[in-house]
Design a protein around this ligand. Structure first.
Ligand SMILES: [Zn+2]
Length: 435
C-alpha cells in the first residue's frame, strides 16, 4: 500500500493559479489581515471545518518519520503524512521545563494554555481550562478519542479531563464519560472497573469508588466492546456511542513489539488480536460522522514514544508506520470532501533518534555493520541500508513536525508553539471567540 505514494507529485500549478486569482481579488477588495482559512492551495477547502481529525504521534520526530519513510518506501518514496500540503515546526517546551512530558504537551494542544509537566487539562496553577474537544461538543459536534495506549493516558486525557496529576487515571476515566465523549477506543479496561471485578482482560479493576463505568456507559447508551472482531462487526451498524477497551493497559506492545511484530510488518494495517490504530480510526470516523454538525476526533499513536523509551527503535519505526496507516485512513475520508481538517503532529521528540550510515557512517551498504551503539542495519525496498541510534532514553527539547490538510490548514506554517495547535483548530471550526 505504501508504494502507492512513491511516485506521487503534488499538482502544484492549479493551486498556484488559484492563489494568483485570489491575490488579484484581494487587491480589489483589500488585503485580509491574515490568510483566510481554506484559500491557500491544495487541500485547503473552503470556509470552516465541520470535522477535525487531530492525529498525535507521541514522541514522533522528523527522524522517526524519515526512518519509517526509508523502510516503507525508500529514499525517494513518500508516506501518507507527506500528502498533507501545509507543514511547520512546533516548539514544545512546557510551563516549567524546556523538555515537556506528554501531559503538558497535550494540554497545550488541547487548550492553548501551557502547563507544568504531569498536569492534564489544567493551567500551571491547577485551574481547569476548556479543551477543543469540550468546545466542539458544546457546539453540537460528536467527539472521539482513539489511542494505542491506555485511554486514560496523558494525551487523550488532556482533551477530556482536568486533573493535576496524570497518574490519577481512574478519575480521568470517570471524567471521559461525564464529558460525553461519544467514541472511546484504546486500552485501559481496568481503569473503568471496580477493584476485584474482572472484565475481558486478566487484571481486576483499579477503581476504589466501587463504580463500574462499563455498566454506567451501557446505561448511557454506549455500545461497549472489548475484542477486535467486535469492532469489525460495528461496521455499518447505526451506533452513536462506543466504548471499546481492548487490553488492561497499552495496545501498542501487541501491535509493534517483536512478539507481535507480524502485525507491524504489514505497515501497521492490521493488529491481530487487538485492533490496529488504522482500524480504530476508520470505525471512529464512521460512527462520529453520523452527527450532522460534524465531529472532533483525537487519534494517538503511543508506540512511537514508549518503544523509543525502551530503546526498541525497530518497534518505534513499526509504530510510526502504524501512525501513517491511520493518517491514510483520515486522508481517505477527508480527500473527497471540503469540510475536514486533518492535522498530524508530534507532541515532543523521544530518544534523540539519529539516522546513520553503515560502515564508516557514510555508507548505505547493507553488508556493512552499523557503527558502535547503533541498531540495524534497516533495509530500504531498493536494497540500501541505514542504522539508528539514540542520544537518550528520555524526551528531548527538539521541535517536532506538524502537517495539515483541509479548511484552516493554511495556518500551519512557519514556527508554531504547541499552544497554536489549539487556536488553529478552534479557528478552523469557527469557535475562536469565547463562548
Ligand atoms: Zn514519553
Amino acid at each position: 500500500m505504501m508504494k502507492r505514494w512513491v511516485h506521487y507529485k503534488p499538482p502544484r500549478w492549479p493551486a498556484l493559479a488559484m492563489a494568483l486569482l485570489l491575490a488579484g481579488a484581494w487587491l480589489v477588495i483589500g488585503l485580509p489581515s491574515q490568510a483566510a482559512p481554506g484559500q491557500a492551495g491544495k487541500g485547503a477547502g473552503h470556509g470552516h471545518a465541520r470535522n477535525i481529525i487531530l492525529i498525535v504521534g507521541d514522541g514522533t520526530s522528523h527522524s522517526l518519520l524519515q526512518a519509517a519513510r526509508l523502510v516503507a518506501a525508500g529514499p525517494s518514496g513518500r508516506l501518507a503524512v507527506d500528502e498533507l500540503p501545509h507543514t511547520a515546526s512546533v516548539l514544545t517546551h512546557s510551563a516549567n521545563s524546556l523538555v515537556t512530558d506528554s501531559a503538558a504537551a497535550a494540554t497545550a494542544m488541547a487548550t492553548g494554555v501551557k502547563t507544568v509537566n504531569g498536569a492534564v487539562g489544567v493551567d500551571a496553577g491547577g485551574k481547569a481550562v476548556p479543551t477543543v474537544l469540550e468546545r466542539a461538543k458544546a457546539a453540537g459536534k460528536a467527539v472521539g478519542l482513539v489511542t494505542t495506549s491506555y485511554i486514560t493516558d496523558a494525551t487523550p486525557a488532556a482533551f477530556a479531563a482536568h486533573v493535576t496529576n496524570r497518574a490519577d487515571t481512574t478519575a480521568i476515566a470517570a471524567q471521559m464519560l461525564e464529558r460525553g465523549v461519544d467514541v472511546i477506543l484504546g486500552g485501559g479496561e481496568n481503569d473503568f472497573l471496580p477493584a476485584d471485578q474482572n472484565g475481558c482482560y486478566p487484571q481486576p479493576g483499579k477503581r476504589t469508588d466501587g463504580r463500574d463505568l462499563m455498566a454506567e456507559a451501557r446505561s448511557q447508551g454506549y455500545t461497549t466492546i472489548c475484542r477486535a472482531d467486535e469492532l469489525d462487526e460495528l461496521a455499518g451498524r447505526p451506533v452513536k456511542k462506543v466504548l471499546g477497551l481492548f487490553a488492561d493497559g497499552d495496545l501498542f506492545p501487541a501491535l509493534y513489539q517483536e512478539v507481535g511484530a507480524a502485525a507491524g510488518d504489514d505497515g501497521g494495517k492490521s493488529g491481530g488480536d487487538v485492533p490496529s490504530l488504522a482500524t480504530m480510526t476508520a470505525r471512529a470516523i464512521e460512527v462520529l460522522a453520523r452527527n450532522p454538525k460534524g465531529f472532533f476526533l483525537l487519534v494517538e499513536e503511543e508506540g512511537t514514544d514508549e518503544l523509543a523509551h525502551a530503546r526498541d527503535v525497530a518497534g518505534a519505526v513499526r509504530a510510526a508506520r502504524g501512525l501513517d496507516a491511520a493518517v491514510e485512513v483520515a486522508l481517505r475520508f477527508a480527500r473527497d470532501r471540503r469540510d475536514t481538517l486533518v492535522i498530524v503532529v508530534g507532541d515532543h521528540e523521544t530518544g534523540g533518534l539519529a539516522i546513520q550510515g553503515t560502515g564508516n557512517g557514510y555508507s548505505s551498504d547493507p553488508q556493512a555493520p552499523c557503527p558502535a551503539g547503533a541498531e540495524g542495519p534497516f533495509r530500504t525496498p531498493d536494497g540500501q541500508a541505514f542504522c539508528l541510534s539514540q542520544a537518550t532514553a528520555a524526551h528531548t527539547g527538539q521541535p517536532v513536525p506538524i502537517a495539515a490538510y483541509g479548511p484552516g490548514a493554511a495556518r500551519v506554517t512557519g514556527v508554531l508553539d504547541n499552544t497554536d495547535v489549539a487556536r488553529i483548530m478552534l479557528a478552523a471550526m469557527g469557535l475562536n471567540r469565547k463562548p
